[in-house]
Design a protein around this ligand. Structure first.
Ligand code: PSU
Ligand code: MN
Length: 304
């Protein structure tokens, strides 16, 4: 079968799928383009360990030499963290990168696609892409949002970064029918900040309630994804006023340098890291780890 030529799942993942063990998918764009080295490699390893701590199998998704992988070995993780030869891969890019035998780091959108093909129901990341500020002129709206509308995978994240236009992102998700569920929080988290001034659609008080909602989505065959929005732990959160100032500065710098398209998100992340003296990086690491915990707990609930 042609599918077999495309995919190369780690034995551990194949076994977990065959025996119904809980699995959490992880994206690789945050490793290759989101975090700097060596923090990227450390975080990639740590989130896998956190997930294993709950008896759940982590499945990091990436494309290496054209093979679409679920579950990476430690040398593959290291490759994703260090190679300069890795393309940011969203829905648009997936087939081309596989066919040409290239290396790709999967975004939220591409990770959802691969997870769904593999039969993995839940995925943990930092933040989703969204509607960029000024999108009414640039049309820059992340393919993550369309993917959430069509692919039935649960995405545990800390909302979307305030580098985006959060009210427009929220509107877009509503139009697309994507439920945004706050995990123990009524406020839509804004990545580094626990608050955004926007409300989530509904609250799940814990993993049991989250799993119930996810099961109802499945039973209704609604087809799309769902966002579990989990705020950054209090002790690592950054205030909205401080962050907004830095973000505006980063957005202005991007405009001045003419940064567009798929380069924009990694550019802004790096700029904000510089402008906050590394504070944003620490927050980013901690929120991803916290999302891995929540995803693992929900994954356990989902197999009951
Ligand atoms: N948010 C982050 N860090 C990231 C990303 C988002 O805090 O690295 C990545 C994710 O992989 C997301 C992608 O899917 O950026 C969105 O990129 P774009 O806006 O080009 O669709
Ligand atoms: Mn974009």
């Amino acid at each position: 079968m042609n599918e077999e030529k495309l995919f190369a799942f780690k034995d551990e993942i194949k076994e977990a799928l065959a025996t119904g063990k809980p699995i959490v998918a992880l994206e690789s764009t945050l490793i290759s383009h989101g975090f700097p080295y060596p923090e990227n490699l450390e975080v990639a390893g740590e989130i896998e360990e956190i997930i294993r701590g709950y008896g759940v199998v982590p499945a990091t998704i990436a494309i290496i030499g054209g093979k679409i992988k679920a579950g990476l070995t430690s040398s593959e993780l290291e490759f994703m963290a260090t190679s300069k030869d890795i393309l940011k891969t969203s829905r648009r890019d997936l087939a081309v990168i596989a066919a040409k035998g290239l290396n790709g780091a999967t975004t939220v959108a591409a990770t959802m696609i691969v997870a769904e093909r593999a039969g993995i129901k839940i995925f943990a990341t930092g933040g989703i892409g969204g509607v960029h500020r000024g999108a009414e002129k640039t049309f820059d709206i992340s393919a993550d949002l369309q993917e959430l509308a069509r692919t039935p995978v649960v995405v545990v994240c800390s909302g979307a970064k305030a580098i985006l236009d959060l009210p427009l992102t929220k509107e877009y998700l509503e139009t697309m029918g994507v439920p945004v569920i706050g995990f123990g929080s009524e406020e839509l988290p804004a990545f580094y900040c626990r608050e955004s001034g926007l409300k989530v659609d509904y609250v799940a008080k814990d993993e049991v309630e989250a799993a119930k909602i996810i099961r109802a989505m499945e039973d209704l065959k609604l087809g799309g994804g769902i966002i579990i929005a989990n705020p950054i732990p209090e002790e690592y959160a950054i205030s909205m006023e401080y962050m907004n100032e830095k973000i505006e500065e980063a957005v202005r710098a991007a405009e001045k340098e003419g940064i567009k398209g798929k380069k924009l998100t990694p550019y802004l992340l790096n700029k904000i890291k510089e402008l906050t003296g590394g504070k944003s990086l620490k927050a980013n690491i901690e929120l991803v780890k916290n999302n891995a915990r929540v995803a693992a707990k929900i994954a356990c609930e989902l197999i009951k």
